[in-house]
Design a protein around this ligand. Structure first.
Ligand code: MN
Length: 232
C-alpha cells in the first residue's frame, strides 16, 4: 500500500490459552460505575452512564506471570490506579438492547485505567475534556483476554488491587451501577460499536496514588493477575 510513512501495527492483545491475538480498534471507559467510588469522587445518586476514550495504542499488554513496566507519565505528581474489568467485543452494532450487547462480548481481561488525577481534576474544574488526565501513553495496562466461551458470562467476580502487597481496592463486579450489558447497550446508542472495541467498565472504591518503584497486582476472579511496576 502506498502510505507516506510506515503504518503502525494495531495494538494486539493475546488471547489466553491460544496463539491468537485480539486486534484493538477503540478503547472506551465507563466513568464512576461503582457507587462507593462515585462517592469518594464527590458524587451520589444514579447518574446516566458516561464514557471517555483512550487511544488504542495506550494499551500496555502484560503477559500472565510477567511484571509489566509502566513509565511514570509526564506532567503529573498524582498518578492514580483504577482496577477494572475489561470487556472485549467480538462484534458490535448500533442501538443494541442489553441482550444483544451481551451477545457481542468476545471475552474479558483485567485492566488498569491509569489516571493523572491532578490533570483530570484541573480539567473538571475548568470544564475541559479529560484527555490529558486519561488518554496518555501506557495509560491502559491490561492482561490477556479470556474468551467468554471458556470463562462464561461474568456477572459476579471478585475484583481487587494490591500495591506493594497491601490491599487497596476490593469489590465485586456485581456492584457496578450499570452492568456490562447495560453499559455496552448505552454506549451503542452513542457510537457504532465494532469487533475489536475494548470497554473498561469502571473501578470500585479505594483509588489512590502510585510512584516509581510501586508494584500493582490486580485481579478479577477467573481472569488471572495483572502485575505492573511503575518505573521512572
Ligand atoms: Mn476508570
Amino acid at each position: 500500500m502506498n502510505t507516506v510513512f510506515q503504518m503502525q501495527a494495531p495494538a494486539l492483545v493475546p488471547v489466553a490459552g491460544s496463539d491468537a491475538s485480539f486486534p484493538v480498534r477503540r478503547v472506551y471507559c465507563v466513568g464512576r460505575n461503582y457507587a462507593e467510588h462515585a462517592k469518594e469522587m464527590g458524587f451520589t445518586g444514579r447518574e446516566e452512564p458516561f464514557f471517555f476514550s483512550k487511544p488504542a495504542d495506550a494499551v500496555l499488554f502484560v503477559p500472565e506471570g510477567e511484571v509489566g513496566e509502566m513509565p511514570y507519565p509526564p506532567r503529573t505528581s498524582n498518578l492514580h490506579y483504577e482496577i477494572e474489568l475489561v470487556v472485549a467485543l467480538g462484534s458490535g452494532g448500533r442501538d443494541l438492547t442489553p441482550e444483544q450487547a451481551q451477545a457481542c462480548i468476545y471475552g474479558y481481561a483485567v485492566g488498569l485505567d491509569m489516571t493523572r488525577r491532578d490533570l483530570q481534576g484541573e480539567a473538571k474544574k475548568q470544564g475541559r475534556p479529560w484527555e490529558v488526565g486519561k488518554a496518555f501513553d501506557f495509560g491502559a495496562p491490561m492482561g490477556p483476554i479470556y474468551p467468554r466461551e471458556t470463562v462464561g458470562t461474568l456477572e459476579n467476580a471478585a475484583i481487587s488491587l494490591t500495591v506493594n502487597g497491601e490491599t487497596r481496592q476490593q469489590g465485586d463486579i456485581s456492584q457496578m451501577i450499570w452492568n456490562v450489558a447495560e453499559s455496552i447497550s448505552y454506549l451503542s446508542g452513542l457510537f457504532e460499536l465494532k469487533a475489536g472495541d475494548l470497554i473498561f467498565t469502571g473501578t470500585p472504591e479505594g483509588v489512590g496514588a502510585v510512584v516509581p518503584g510501586d508494584l500493582m497486582v490486580g485481579s478479577v476472579q477467573g481472569l488471572g493477575e495483572l502485575h505492573v511496576k511503575v518505573v521512572a
